[in-house]
Structures are given as structure tokens and as C-alpha cells.
Design a binder for this molecule. Structure first.
Ligand code: FAD
Length: 453
């Protein structure tokens, strides 16, 4: 930071006053923390780890997880945002070394102008590298690129008892597999080596196709997977059994020389009153969205940010859901069980509680890189629900039954409420991950789903 000496910054590993409220993206649950450490340098992390009580700490990135996997109620967080330095880059191979708090947005800003892009990106660029590894995030190219973790070649991990541990496929390979998708529980990622991918420029050759049934979605998906690097669909959560949506697909475009300017969108100034988002307003929005996009079908060239990050164009859009916040339900259902997908969508449509964000994507078959990674072959569905108390939770519990019976799974990064039984069904091998947990680490999510202290 300009004007401040390294020593002054080191002294600032300030902790905020007790009971600091830190929220995740869904703003539910409302969680108070005992302390938030904000190290500015990686060499401050060992002291935080060594002086902490057992089961007391959790790393925190940009809080873009929706539920409680990035929260540690009543205990402490290590906010990694200031550990955000780019440490090296090989211009020939595209190998990047950066600290865990560097955001995907920073990487794009620095490297896209040089012709390099992220190998995998989630639907927001405001995610740290540490967070992307800890949830082994996936993107629209899952069918051809797998998860973020498959592009991580090496990490250095702060562990409370072993110091800084290098992990790669040759060294501590098990610890690397545990940390990818390891929910921040194995230690603090100090830095990571990530293989970026070459692209011609910031434009995407995109194609929009409306569809009116699950089988036409599947046909489109199968037909597109070989030709398009990126595929995803928006679905109208009120359409139920008569499913309809818009299929988006695209490839990086050849460099047209067209000038590119990134736009900064408006910001939600405050939480909207809850009554503004009701079944009638959402239904009307979904109708309009479908009709507008159904009219725009066909090939078009889009700036990369409109294609990958449409939601980022409204900063703090999570305030749309009002003071009580919202939950996202993201599951994966095996393709052998399409009846379960239909039943799930139908139940949501009949509840009238869905919202305008509904996403459907067919995962590829590449095995994920982490022990607890969520992506696996099947159809993944993600839907937002405004938090309306017991009736929202009841609806989600009834969806859990469908997911469990279908042999599917729920995504921890989006979850604030799944039961231990559903976690067990989703991640039956979670016990083999336990030996890799750092004894100083814990989280609200982990205690809730495993009964750990
Ligand atoms: C609009 C939106 C769209 C999204 N789209 C997708 C999507 O398409 N695909 C997808 O997979 N996810 C998606 N997500 C979820 C998001 O990508 C993940 O939750 C991601 O992990 C958030 O990263 P973060 O930096 O905000 O970390 P946080 O949410 O703060 O933390 C996430 C996890 O990372 C751990 N962690 C953070 N930093 C470190 C570190 N330095 N060392 C070790 N552990 C660390 C935390 O302990 C926690 O377990 C989306 C989220 C939003 C808000």
C-alpha cells in the first residue's frame, strides 16, 4: 500500500471488535464472529495459526459463497483479501503464481490484455483464487475443462503444525487433493500456480437458442458440447413440467481488432422491501426475459463480461432479496434419473417461490480434482429462493428428498441448511477427508453437517 512501510502494515494484523457480523452472499444466516484477522502479508499467517485455539479458525475470501461454508459462527475468520499479490508469470507457458487472495477479476484485468484467460470461471469474477480452489468451482466449460482445481499445478499451504507445505502432484499429492474442494479446512492457501489459457481477445462468439422441454435441452446440450467450449441454460422456474428456457453457448472469438471497454454497472443502494419480489413480479420478469431472448436468437458477438458475468453488472444484486436474504439451491442429479429433474422443477413451479435466477447445465464426465469436489456427471440445477422463513425451508427439504432418492448431491458452496444425512449421501467418502483437516480449522457448515465440535 503506498505511503505505508511494511512494518507498519505488519502491525496492522488488526482484529475487529468481538461479534463482528460477516455475511455470505445469500445474507442468510446472519452470523456473528468473535474475531476477524486481516493479515496483509503471508508471513503473518503462521502466528495467527499458532496462537489460535483448536477448531477456531477459517479462511475467508470475498464471501461469494451463498450459505455458511465461508462462515464460522462465534469463532474466528482469517480474511485473505489483502494477500493479493501476483508473484510471477511465465509469458510462454501461461503459468501464473499468485497469492490466495488475488481475485479472478484481478487476473482478468492483468492478463486478458496479454491474451490469457482463466481456465475455468464461475458466474462471478469477484471470487478469490483461494475460494475458487476451496470450493473447486466449475463454469460453463465444465464439459471440456473440468473444474478449477484441475488447472492448479501447485499450492503452498499454511498449516498450523507443519508450517508452509508445498503440494503438487509430485509432493504431498493427497494434501493437494484434500485442499481442492476442501472448504478451507486444510489450511490457508498462501499461493497457487494456475495454468491460464490462451485466447485471441475479449470477445465471445455466442449463440442463443430457446427450448421448450427437458428433452430439447438435452439434445441441444449434447449437440453443442463438441462444438462449443461454453454451454449453459437459463430456465424459467415457473414453467415446471412444460420446461422452457434459453440455451447460451459460445467460443472465444478470433481477434476482430474491435476496441473493448469494460463497463461498471449500477449498484443496489439498499435491501429492497421483501414484498417487491413476489410470485407475480418474478413471473412477469421471467416471461419478459424469455420473450426478449427468444427474439434475439442466433449468432452474436458479445463482450466476455456480458457472456460470463451478467450478474456482476449490478453490484450488490444480492440486496434485491431484502433484509432476510436468500438461499440458492444447487444440486446435481444423475442423467439416469431424469424423472427426478422433472419432479424437482415441477415442485418448484407449483410452490410459486422460485425467482428469476434458474440455471441448468449438463456436467461433463471428467473426474473432479478434489476429494470433496461437487461436480460429477449429471444435470446441475441452481435456483434462488428469497428467504421467507419456515415455508422456504420446508420447500427445500422436500427438494432434498428428491435429490437424495435420485442419487444426486447438493453443492456446499451454495448451502446453508442441508441435513447431515443429505451431506452423507452427497459425499459418502467425507470421512477419508477428515485426517487432512488442520486441527485449528472449523466452519459453521462443517459443524452443522458432520456434528464436529
Ligand atoms: C453470482 C455468483 C455466481 C456464482 N457462480 C458459480 C458457478 O458458476 N460455479 C461455482 O462453482 N460457483 C459459483 N459461485 C460460488 C462461488 O464461486 C464460490 O462460492 C467461491 O468459492 C467463492 O469464493 P470467495 O473468494 O468469495 O470465497 P468465500 O466464499 O469467502 O470462501 C469460500 C471457501 O473458500 C475458503 N477460502 C477462502 N480463501 C481461502 C484461502 N486463501 N485458503 C484456503 N481456503 C480459502 C473459505 O474457507 C470457504 O470455505 C457463484 C457465486 C456468486 C455470488
Amino acid at each position: 500500500m503506498p505511503g505505508q512501510s511494511a512494518t507498519a502494515l505488519r502491525k496492522q494484523t488488526a482484529a475487529l471488535p468481538p461479534t463482528t457480523q460477516i455475511l455470505s452472499w445469500g445474507r442468510y444466516p446472519k452470523t456473528a464472529h468473535a474475531k476477524v484477522h486481516r493479515p496483509a502479508w503471508n508471513d503473518q499467517v503462521p502466528e495467527i495459526l499458532q496462537t489460535a485455539a483448536p477448531d477456531s479458525l477459517l479462511p475467508y475470501g470475498l464471501g461469494r459463497s451463498y450459505g455458511d461454508s465461508c462462515l464460522n459462527a462465534g469463532r474466528e475468520l482469517i480474511d485473505c483479501k489483502r494477500l493479493n499479490r501476483i508473484l510471477g508469470f511465465d509469458e510462454l507457458s501461461g503459468m501464473l503464481r499468485c497469492e490466495g487472495g488475488v481475485s479472478l477479476s484481478d487476473i482478468i484485468d492483468v492478463f486478458l490484455p496479454k491474451g490469457w484467460f482463466l481456465p475455468v470461471t464461475p458466474g462471478t469474477r469477484f471470487v478469490t483464487v483461494g475460494g475458487a480452489i476451496a470450493n473447486d468451482v466449475h463454469g460453463k466449460n465444465h464439459h471440456c475443462a473440468g473444474t478449477f482445481g484441475s488447472h492448479v499445478r501447485q499450492i503452498a499451504l499454511h498449516r498450523s503444525s507443519d508450517g508452509l507445505v508445498a503440494c503438487s502432484s509430485n509432493e504431498n499429492a493427497d494434501m493437494l487433493r484434500a485442499t481442492i474442494g476442501g472448504l478451507g479446512l486444510t489450511g490457508v492457501i498462501a499461493w497457487a500456480d494456475i495454468q491460464l489459457k490462451r485466447v485471441a481477445g475479449p470477445w465471445i462468439d455466442a449463440d442463443l437458442v430457446p427450448f421448450q422441454s427437458l428433452s430439447s435441452f438435452l439434445d441441444l446440450s449434447r449437440e453443442s458440447d463438441g462444438r462449443f467450449e461454453y454451454t449453459v441454460a437459463w430456465l424459467d422456474c415457473f414453467s415446471g413440467k412444460n420446461l422452457r428456457g434459453i440455451f447460451f453457448r459460445g467460443n472465444h472469438a478470433a481477434n476482430s481488432g474491435k476496441e473493448f471497454h469494460s463497463k461498471r454497472g449500477p449498484k443496489m443502494p439498499f435491501a429492497l422491501p421483501a414484498w417487491m419480489l413476489n410470485r407475480y413480479s418474478v413471473k412477469a420478469f421471467n416471461n419478459t426475459y424469455y420473450r426478449l431472448h427468444a427474439r434475439k436468437t442466433g449468432a452474436t458477438v458479445l463482450p466476455y463480461d456480458s457472456f460470463f458475468y451478467p450478474l456482476d453488472s449490478i453490484r450488490q444484486w444480492n440486496l434485491l432479496y431484502g433484509k432476510r436474504g436468500f438461499l440458492q439451491y444447487q444440486c446435481v442429479i444423475p442423467e439416469t434419473n431424469l424423472a427426478a429433474v422433472v419432479e424437482l422443477l415441477d415442485r418448484i413451479a407449483r410452490s410459486g417461490m422460485g425467482s428469476f435466477l434458474g440455471v441448468l447445465k449438463q456436467f461433463g464426465s471428467a473426474p473432479s480434482a478434489g476429494m470433496l469436489s461437487f461436480p460429477r456427471p449429471g444435470l446441475t440445477i441452481a435456483l434462488d429462493f428469497a428467504m421467507r422463513g419456515e415455508r422456504t425451508l420446508q420447500l427445500m427439504q422436500s427438494l432434498d428428498e428428491i435429490v437424495k432418492q435420485s442419487g444426486g448431491a447438493l453443492y456446499p458452496a451454495k448451502d446453508a441448511r442441508m441435513s447431515p444425512a443429505l451431506f452423507e449421501a452427497s459425499f459418502p467418502r467425507w470421512r477419508s477427508f477428515v485426517p487432512y483437516i488442520d486441527p485449528k480449522m472449523s466452519s459453521s457448515f462443517w459443524r452443522r453437517v458432520t456434528g464436529a465440535h
